[in-house]
Design a protein. Structure first.
Length: 505
């Protein structure tokens, strides 16, 4: 069976710039993300650079990874940064009470993380400790990382082998303060965030984007309190600047039964469509937070950051329940495609997003099996979509689209977005039907265009995935695409993600 969809894109009417930082990533001290993921140690037989696994770095560089968030997550509000500096064999061991109750040896700390960012060519997003830390501890960490002179923390950094300061553009003020970050009320946290932000100084040429820990999903009241506290406190600015420059929210996708309740593979068609509907719900969430922020900040001075998003399924059988290791299927790839379409549409306000997480945890880019590396279907969506980074959004008007009824609501079975940069355009299409192909006709107005490359990502089923024995089971393939009567025409297979690159005249 073949369905049809129609859309219009005005190629000559570019809109808001899509920040490359919405393609950000997240690495927490959780399961096998850091240890046996990024970090294998300098004595490992697995090829590495100063202990950092080389094949992971190479794979992520192919994504033009813009930023990496660390050390958490929930771990951030139990992490004391001085435990992770100095000679590794002298660093104290601590208990990771959030994730598996395992012992953390602190071999991967501040210097190792900044080395990783340098190898990746990524900006650092460091998440500070408000839950169990102090204002002085956070202020010292900022100084240690970014100050260049003879200050106490700069001297300490030099004693530990780093002469020059690092650039750290992004600073998180705690994490999930309503939950694992301290169980705080919105009013209490808003005051704490403003206080901590006051002492997270800009040193030298480093300018921090301070990110307040925001809401869980659609808790609009949390965002309202943060914005009210920030914008209506006269005299509370830092030398004329706002105390924090962004607020975050978290949104995890599942099939409607809750996180960590259903399997990553072996799901049925009902669960698949319910997952697609839940993923599409990110638009309602973003729209709500944007509306609240607009009411306090019509000039867009404060960014909206979704610094944890992705699917959250049961762990794979036989793995540690606290390590959150799950397989990654075509279904997960389509969740990513839907999210990016929404982030692109709200580029005016959405300035950053971080998928959870990069390696071996939740909706990962990369899975490791000993010395073998597996690129997931989600990895390929990031790679196929990287042309949107720092491009200008093009509004894609869907005029006709097939739908499915999911829990009494209509789910559009085609999602799309587009952008333009340097006389090129990139069109992304997610086709959600489990069993029907779809011919999509996109009228291209305002400029002549020709197809330079088209690719599609799909598998034999919505549950198809890659593993060490079949690493390319789900991988991009060439897609037939043509321009016909000033329209782009493609036929998408069931459950597929596609990108079409255009040259514009």
């Amino acid at each position: 069976m073949t369905t049809t969809a129609r859309a219009v894109i005005d190629l000559d009417l570019p809109g808001d710039r899509i920040s490359r930082h919405v393609y950000g990533h997240f690495a927490e001290h959780l399961g096998r993300c850091i240890y046996d993921g990024f970090w294998v140690g300098e004595d490992s037989e697995i090829p590495n650079v100063r202990g950092i696994r080389s094949d992971i770095v190479e794979a992520l560089r192919e994504l033009d990874i813009p930023n990496l968030r660390w050390p958490g997550g929930c771990f951030a509000d139990t992490y004391h940064w001085r435990d992770g500096i100095g000679p590794r064999d002298e660093r104290p061991r601590i208990a990771n009470t959030n994730w598996g109750d395992v012992i953390e040896n602190n071999h991967f700390g501040t210097h190792e993380f900044m080395d990783l960012c340098d190898l990746l060519g990524a900006d650092a997003y460091v998440n500070g400790n408000i839950g169990s830390g102090t204002v002085q501890e956070m202020a010292d960490w900022v100084e240690y990382l970014t100050r260049d002179d003879d200050s106490p923390m700069a001297r300490l950094r030099r004693e530990n082998g780093r002469d020059e300061p690092w650039k750290v553009p992004f600073w998180g003020l705690g994490n999930e303060a309503w939950g694992c970050g301290g169980g705080m009320s919105a009013e209490y946290y808003a005051e704490e965030a403003r206080r901590y932000a006051t002492f997270a100084h800009n040193h030298g040429g480093n300018r921090l984007t301070r990110i307040a820990a925001g809401a869980n999903e659609d808790d609009l009241d949390w965002t309202r309190v943060l914005m009210k506290t920030l914008m209506e406190c006269h005299g509370c600015t830092l030398y004329g600047n706002l105390a924090y420059q962004a607020v975050s929210f978290h949104y995890y996708t599942h099939s409607g039964s809750g996180i960590n309740t259903e399997d990553a593979t072996g799901f049925d068609e009902r669960q698949y469509y319910e997952t697609m509907a839940y993923a599409a719900g990110i638009e309602r969430i973003v729209r709500g937070h944007v509306a609240v922020m607009d009411s306090y900040d019509p000039d867009n001075r404060v960014g909206l950051v979704c610094d944890e998003w992705g699917t959250w399924w049961n762990v794979e059988e036989g793995t540690n329940p606290g390590f959150l290791f799950q397989q990654n299927t075509v279904r997960d790839a389509l969740v990513a495609g839907i999210h990016f379409d929404v982030f692109h549409r709200y580029a005016r306000r959405v300035t950053m997003a971080n998928i959870a997480q990069t390696v071996n945890v939740l909706q990962a880019m990369v899975l490791t099996d000993g010395d073998r590396l597996v690129l997931t279907p989600t990895y390929h969506v990031f790679e196929m979509n990287k042309g949107h980074q720092d491009a200008e959004n093009l509004t894609a008007h869907l005029r006709e689209v097939p739908t499915a009824t999911v829990r009494g609501q209509q789910l559009q079975l085609v999602s799309m977005s587009a952008s333009t940069k340097d006389d090129t355009a990139l069109v992304s299409l997610s086709h959600l039907s489990a069993d029907a192909e779809c011919t999509v006709t996109v009228s291209l107005r305002g400029r002549a265009a020709r197809v330079t490359r088209a690719r599609v990502l799909t598998g034999e089923s919505v549950g198809a995935y890659n593993d060490a024995d079949a690493p390319d089971r789900v991988a991009p393939r060439p897609l037939e695409a043509r321009i016909e009567d000033d329209a782009l025409v493609v036929t998408l297979p069931p459950h597929s993600f596609a990108t079409v690159e255009l040259a514009l005249d």
